[in-house]
Write a protein that binds this ligand. Sequence first.
Ligand code: OAD
Length: 263
Amino acid sequence: MVPIPRVGPGAEFEPLRIGRTERVFVLTGAGVSAESGVRTFRDAGGAGFAGDGRRPQGGASIGLWYEHRIEDVATAKGFERDPRMVWRFYSERRRQLPSVKPNPAHQALARLAQEREVFLCTQNVDDLHERAGSPEVVHMHGELLRSRCHSCERPSFVDAAGYFEEPPRCRCGGLLRPHVVWFGEIPFHLERIFAALDKCDLFLCVGSSGAVHPAAGFVSHLRHTGRARCIYLGLERPDNAYAFDECRLGKAGELLPGLVDLR
Ligand code: OAD
């Protein structure tokens, strides 16, 4: 039996007490960067991609990715078919990144890491947690500002360049690709992530619809061990709400700065 979560406006909840020795696992999703002006992927009804005014009709299919089809710009097949178009797409995202700034949610999480042991895992490919001052950020879906070779084992490297004409090549001759996780690929750092989940006392998930696995399953994984308190913070009830103890609804930038009572 899983208890029913308490779901309600964030203002109705008490501040969260986090003991000095408690280990906190924070999972962030697109919602944490929404108030910085980065678009999220889904709306609450699962009706497709939010924020662009072009939601596909008729339910749960995820059809668009910033006006592009997912299979074109977010799969290895799409990249192999048209690397130039895919690089243009990610180059445009790279070009926009410096104009978005961390918001109070990123800043509150950076402050929390000064006071408590925090493992910060993000599904976001932006660098807003780092720019807000979070000391270590585990990017399970990769990083927009890194590239790697699509053919050889060369490690990923920092790369903020835009490639709008010819796709870049590795010294091995293969194509370079953005260091992001595409659909059908395995997220990064899963071993470290599950080790940290298994040790945590508090699981705090911020701004993630709970629709994309494996991240969406972290909270259920913790339910089986039964040790950690599991709290969700975000605009709307996530798809995996049933597995949380509490879902505090509201904007991350408004809820996070006053969330924690560290006395
Ligand atoms: P989604 O776009 O699926 O969900 C974002 C969530 O944030 C939604 O539930 C919104 O209600 C909520 N939200 C929006 N604005 C908010 C705000 N100001 N404060 C708090 N919450 C807010 O994003 P993710 O769950 O992160 O994967 O998506 C997971 C993955 O799906 C992404 O990492 C990406 C995508 O496909 C890959 O690229 C592999």
